[in-house]
Design a protein around this ligand. Structure first.
Ligand code: ME8
Length: 510
C-alpha cells in the first residue's frame, strides 16, 4: 500500500469572500487528510487561491484597486476561514507566487516542446464569470441570454491553441481502464458523453488583458487562467525544481472539486498532463452543489451562508459535521437553518452529548470516577468492530454521510444499552456489582473508540472527550495506524480517572 496521500481542493477565486460552498469542499478534504494521517500515512493537503484572469482584473477595477491588492486582501479571508474551521492543510498556494509562475511556465514549455500548442485566432463567446470559452451549443444548454448577460463577451483575439483533439481517444481509454478515475459514476458518464461529442482545440492564451502569466515565447500573451490554475497541483510540489515534494507526492490521490468545474479537471487537466508526459492523478471526485433555503446562492439574492457566523455561534465542529452529514457527497443539497438546528440537537446534543454525560455521571456516582476492571467478555465489541469497519469503507469511498451514520449507530446502541441494563438499578444491589462494572466499562470503551472515530470530522470534540477519559489526543504519526490500534477492545485502563466536566453540546432552542 502506498504510504503517502496527496489531496487537493480547488484553488478559489479571490474576487469574492468565501462561503458555505468553499467551506464544504475544504472540510471534506480536511476529513480525508486527517483520516489518512490518523492511519499513519504521510499526507500532503493543498489548498490555495486562483488570482489571475479577466474576472479578477475586472473585480479589482470595480473596486478601484490593483488585482494584487484585491488578492492580498481577500486571501486573508480564506486563510482566516481555514483557521476558523480547523483546516489542517500542509500548504496554501497563491497563483501570484513566483514558485507557481515558474512551474506553470515549465509545464507550458513541455506541452509546447511536444508540438501540442500552435498559434491562431480565437473568435467566439467567453464567460468572464466562469473564465470559459463558450460554444453556441453550450450557451444554449446553460440557458444564457448572450445579448443581456454582462458576463458573456465576444472575443476576437490572437491566441495559442492546445491540441485537445489529439488526446481524445487516449483520454477515453484512460477513463475506461481506470474505473475510479472520475467519480461519482453519474458524473463520469457525463464526462464520457461530452468527450464523445468531439473535443475542440482549446485556446490557452489571452491577449486582450494583462493580469496573468506572460508566455515565455510571446510576452503579448498571458496564460489562459485555467491552464495557469490547474497547474497549481504540481507547482505547489516544487515542480519547477522537480523537488522532493513532487517526487514524493505526485500523482495526487484525489482532486476534490465541485461539479461546476469537473470538465476542466477531468478533460483539460489530464490532457495537459499527458502532453507534458506526466502521470495522471488517481481520482477526480466531483461533489454536488449547495442551495440555500431552496435557492441558488447569488449576489443579487444576497443569500450566501457565511461560515464565520455559524462557527461563531455553534462552534466549528458542529458546522463541519453538519456540512458532511446532511446529504451524500456527490448529490446536491439544501441548507436550511431549521435542519441545521434539528441535526445538531438530535445527533450532537441528544445522542452523543447525552451518552458521554450520563456515562461519566454514572461512573462518578458509582465508581468514584475511576474506570472499573475490564470484564472477561464484551457484549458490544464485535458489533462495534463491524460498524467501525463499515465506517472506514465509507470514508475511503467518500460516502461521508453514511460513514458518520455508522458511527452514530454505535452511540445509539450504547444509549439503548444503558436503558436496557439500567445501571441505576444494578447500583442498588451489591450482588450486581460485577454486572455494573461491565456496563460502565463497556460504555467507556464505546466513548474511547468513538473519540477516535470522530477525530477526522470533529477534531476538537475528539480531544475534549479524550481529555475527560484522561487520554492524550489522537496521534498522527507516519507509519503508525493509530485508528486501527484504538479500535482494539479493552484498552481502557482499570483505575484510570475520568472527569465529567461540562456538557459537550447544549440543545439549541429554536
Ligand atoms: O472555480 N456548493 O473557483 P471558485 C458546493 N478558481 N460547492 C461550491 C459552491 C456551492 N454552492 N460554490 C462553490 C474556481 N463551491 C476556480 C477553480 S481549480 C484549479 C480552479 C466550491 O472560487 C466547489 O468546490 O469559483 C467549486 O468547485 C468551487 O467552490 C469553485 O470555487
Amino acid at each position: 500500500m502506498k504510504d503517502t496521500f496527496y489531496i487537493t481542493t480547488p484553488i478559489y477565486y479571490v474576487n469574492d469572500y468565501p462561503h458555505i460552498g468553499h467551506a464544504y469542499t475544504t472540510v471534506a478534504a480536511d476529513v480525508l487528510a486527517r483520516y489518512h494521517r490518523q492511519r499513519g500515512k504521510k499526507v500532503h493537503f493543498l489548498t490555495g487561491t486562483d488570482e489571475h484572469g479577466q474576472k479578477i482584473e475586472k473585480a479589482a477595477q470595480k473596486k478601484g484597486e490593483s488585482p494584487i491588492e484585491l488578492a492580498d486582501r481577500v486571501v486573508g479571508r480564506f486563510e482566516g476561514l481555514w483557521e476558523a474551521l480547523n483546516i489542517s492543510h500542509n500548504d496554501f498556494i497563491r497563483t501570484s507566487q513566483d514558485r507557481h509562475k515558474q512551474g506553470a511556465l515549465d509545464f507550458f514549455q513541455r506541452c509546447l516542446d511536444q508540438g501540442d500548442i500552435y498559434e491562431g485566432e480565437y473568435e467566439g463567446w467567453y464567460s468572464v464569470n466562469d473564465e470559459e470559452f463558450l460554444t453556441e451549443t453550450h450557451i444554449a444548454e446553460l440557458g444564457k441570454d448572450i445579448e443581456n448577460d454582462p458576463n458573456i463577451v465576444r472575443l476576437k483575439e490572437s491566441t495559442y491553441f492546445f491540441r485537445l483533439s489529439k488526446y481524445q481517444d487516449q483520454l477515453l481509454q484512460h477513463i475506461e481502464s481506470h474505473p475510479h478515475f472520475i467519480a461519482p459514476e453519474s458524473r463520469k458518464n457525463e464526462v464520457i458523453s461530452f468527450i464523445k461529442q468531439g473535443l475542440k482545440d482549446l485556446s490557452i492564451s489571452r491577449t486582450s488583458f494583462s493580469w496573468g502569466i506572460p508566455l515565455p515565447n510571446n510576452s503579448k500573451h498571458v496564460l489562459y487562467v485555467w491552464f495557469d490554475a490547474l497547474s497549481n497541483y504540481i507547482t505547489a510540489l516544487d515542480f519547477h525544481n522537480q523537488g522532493k515534494l513532487y517526487q514524493e507526492f505526485w500523482p495526487a490521490n484525489v482532486h476534490l472539486v465541485g461539479k461546476d468545474i469537473l470538465r476542466f479537471h477531468a478533460i483539460f487537466w489530464p490532457i495537459f498532463l499527458m502532453s507534458a508526459g506526466l502521470p495522471l492523478p488517481e481520482q477526480i471526485f466531483a461533489h454536488g452543489w449547495w442551495t440555500v433555503e431552496g435557492q441558488k446562492m447569488s449576489k443579487s439574492k444576497g443569500n450566501f451562508v457565511d461560515p464565520f457566523a455559524f462557527v461563531d455561534q455553534y462552534g466549528r465542529d458542529a458546522f463541519r459535521y453538519f456540512l458532511l452529514r446532511e446529504f451524500s457527497f456527490g448529490q446536491d443539497g439544501n441548507f436550511a437553518q431549521e435542519n441545521f438546528v434539528a441535526r445538531l440537537n438530535a445527533d450532537l446534543a441528544n445522542e452523543l452529548g447525552n451518552l458521554v454525560s450520563r456515562s461519566l455521571s454514572m461512573l462518578e456516582k458509582y465508581r468514584d470516577g475511576k474506570i472499573p476492571p475490564q470484564p472477561s467478555s464484551s457484549e458490544l465489541s464485535e458489533w462495534i468492530a463491524e460498524q467501525a469497519q463499515k465506517y472506514q469503507q465509507c470514508i475511503e469511498e467518500k460516502k461521508f454521510d453514511q460513514a458518520f451514520a455508522n458511527i452514530w449507530k454505535i452511540f445509539a446502541r450504547a444509549n439503548q444499552y444503558i436503558e436496557q441494563k439500567q445501571p441505576w438499578s444494578l447500583a442498588k444491589d451489591p450482588a450486581s456489582s460485577t454486572a455494573l462494572d461491565q456496563v460502565l466499562y463497556e460504555l467507556m470503551e464505546v466513548i474511547r473508540m468513538g473519540s477516535a472515530l470522530i477525530y477526522p470530522i470533529m477534531p476538537d470534540l475528539s480531544t475534549a472527550i479524550r481529555d475527560k477519559l484522561s487520554l492524550t489526543p489522537i496521534e498522527c504519526t507516519v507509519g503508525k495506524d493509530f485508528l486501527t490500534q484504538e479500535l482494539n477492545w479493552g484498552l481502557s485502563v482499570s483505575g484510570s480517572p475520568t472527569k465529567k466536566g461540562s456538557s459537550l453540546f447544549m440543545r439549541i432552542e429554536s
